[in-house]
Design a protein around this ligand. Structure first.
Ligand code: ADP
Ligand code: MG
Length: 302
């Protein structure tokens, strides 16, 4: 069994307009005027949004990660405490090299911490074996990546069915169809990635991540290769999934405008959480989209 199906193939490159590559139009400034955030800063693990007595879906305590690099030791994580509750939509922010990917790898059960504990959805994971970690990934985690990581010659429907194959599900066609409909791609189900815009490809990836109904959705810079409008569309989709279906989302980004779409911003630096703050009035992606000029829309609807 594949341990991480989503990285099984190289992402398609340069295949469609609006896909990977620098955006050419001037970016809008969604940070202006809307929902100026009122913030409170907390550090030390507890979620600033924790309201109920329900245990957190992510509970990290004292997590360190060191890498041996020749004679030196790299301290990628230096003692992270973090809770994320069900239904939160949180940003993990930090400069390059601060430990974001290392932390995401631990949260995503792609890697084990050197020390400390990590409970995912009530299950302690920090001492599991590779095959047990793979099983947890398949059951509990949906991944969305910057480069979409779709299979190049495979229809949207088949991409979304794939995790259900690994999960041994029989009702694959119906579930995949429903997942694609939930991301607005019911009329693109038989298209291959090269026949879809970048934003549409990322929506296929969102459907693929959701179809197994994971406990958490992990997104690593999922708007990093999208133009401004497509980025905003992905944010609108994730906000809707979070709002309507209560899906828990952890989202790595270094873009401040993107961070303002989430309810909580966790800042990491040098392997530590240095700030954990609530965004009082997150930006509403639907409203921003409504204000964007129409000529930014590269999608051609059939
Ligand atoms: P970010 O995602 O915030 O850019 P990373 O988590 O990738 O940061 O890296 C944190 C630190 O750990 C960096 O100093 C990086 O060079 C180091 N690091 C990451 N992965 C490895 C590895 N496999 N081997 C050695 N050092 C690593
Ligand atoms: Mg990284």
């Amino acid at each position: 069994m594949a341990t991480l199906w989503a990285t099984a193939s190289a992402p398609p490159r340069g295949s469609v307009s609006g896909a990977p590559g620098a955006p050419t139009q001037a970016p809008p400034s969604p940070g202006n005027g809307v929902g100026a955030p009122v913030r409170e800063t907390l550090v030390g693990g507890a979620s600033p949004l924790a309201r109920t007595g329900e245990p957190p879906v992510i509970r990290i305590r004292g997590v360190t990660k060191t890498y041996a690099l020749g004679a030196t030791t790299v301290h990628a994580l230096r003692g992270v405490d973090l809770d994320v509750h069900r239904g939160e939509f949180v940003a993990i922010m930090g400069p390059s090299g601060s430990g974001k990917s290392t932390l995401m790898n631990v949260i995503g059960c792609l890697d084990l911490p050197t020390s400390g504990t990590y409970e995912l959805d009530g299950r302690e994971t920090s001492r599991l074996k590779d095959d047990e970690l793979a099983e947890i990934r398949n059951q509990k985690i949906g991944f969305i990546f910057q480069m979409f990581n779709l299979l190049p010659r495979t229809s949207a429907l088949e991409q979304v069915e794939l995790p259900l194959v690994y999960a041994g599900r029989k009702d694959r066609r119906a579930l995949a169809t429903a997942a694609l409909a939930s991301v607005g791609l019911e009329d693109r189900m038989h298209h291959k990635p090269s026949e879809l815009s970048g934003g549409q490809q990322q929506r296929v990836a969102v459907a693929r991540a959701l179809v197994t109904e994971p406990a958490i959705l992990l997104a690593d810079e999922p708007t990093g290769n999208l133009d401004s409008r497509s980025s905003e569309e992905i944010m609108a989709l994730l906000q809707k999934l979070n709002r309507d279906r209560g899906i828990t989302i952890v989202f790595v980004t270094h873009e401040p405008d993107i961070t303002q779409h989430m309810q909580r911003a966790i800042h990491i630096r040098d392997g530590r959480v240095v700030r954990d703050e609530r965004v009082e009035h997150p930006l509403n992606a639907e409203e921003i989209l409504a204000r964007l000029p129409a000529e930014d829309d590269e999608e051609v609807k059939s």
